[in-house]
Design a protein around this ligand. Structure first.
Ligand SMILES: [Zn+2]
Length: 249
């Protein structure tokens, strides 16, 4: 279990507001975190973390495709895979589309619209959504991370429209990720949105970079579990046990 500061002491907002920061502000934020790497590459494209988000226009996104296709053609050539093989003729274009439109789409899209309601009945119990699909890409090897996420919270003044949670998870998952940061990003986002009194995000997932490579001890049914607990769920042992029991599969 990951220890985390109680909800009152919030850390710098990065995730939620990242997309409407100016280039200068982003640069300043980076520098303030001690990171110093080129922010703009030789093609003139702004760089950001593998699990970051900067929405691009449809035009910008479609401009990526031919550039990527060309590079993946080179990759196939280097791997000595014939592009005349009917099975690989369109592979460079397929990989390009798959990355931009699917596997990494959460980097380039705006956050999903999330509905927030007032907590009129002063609900003071756990609200849990579990079995939310997680389909992500490991940042280290670009292999699939596949599993499920459970999110639980005790509301303060606001209640979250639960139907949108899967889209929030998807938005953060569809990037190069590490599971530990994925859980933190989801928790940060919900915290900013509704300021709950308790918040828990538990992800169970298989990492195909381990499974596919045959890393010892990572047979097909091994899973990684990450747990982010904040506020009352961090402080109150009984509440945390109740939450963990309710999300058991
Ligand atoms: Zn990996």
């Amino acid at each position: 279990m990951k220890n985390k500061k109680p909800l009152k002491k919030q850390k710098t907002k990065i995730t939620e507001n990242f997309y409407d920061l100016s280039d200068e502000e982003i640069e300043e934020l980076r520098n303030s975190k001690g990171k110093k790497y080129p922010m703009v590459n030789e093609l003139g494209f702004k760089l950001f973390d593998s699990n970051g988000n900067v929405p691009l226009s449809k035009e910008e996104i479609s401009e990526m495709l031919p550039l990527l296709e060309q590079k993946f053609e080179e990759v196939l050539d280097i791997l000595r895979i014939s592009r005349n093989d009917p099975n690989t003729t369109h592979t460079p274009a397929r990989i390009a589309r798959m990355l931009v439109n699917e596997l990494l789409s959460g980097r380039y899209q705006k956050p999903p619209v999330t509905t927030v309601f007032p907590n009129r009945k002063k609900i003071d119990e756990l609200i849990i959504s579990k079995g939310i699909e997680v389909m992500s890409l490991c940042s280290h090897h670009w292999q699939t991370i596949s599993g499920h996420c459970a999110i639980g919270y005790i509301p303060g003044d606001k209640i979250l429209g639960v139907s949108k949670l899967s889209r929030v998870v998807e938005w953060f998952a569809r990037r190069g990720q590490i599971q530990e940061e994925l859980g933190e990003q989801i928790a940060d986002y919900i915290e900013e949105l509704i300021h709950p009194r308790a918040l828990g995000v538990v992800i169970k997932a298989k990492h195909y970079c381990m499974i596919a490579r045959g890393v010892r001890g990572s047979e097909a049914n091994s899973v990684m579990i990450t747990s982010v607990m904040r506020g009352l769920l961090l402080e109150d042992f009984n509440l945390r046990n109740e939450f963990l029991k309710l999300i058991e599969e």
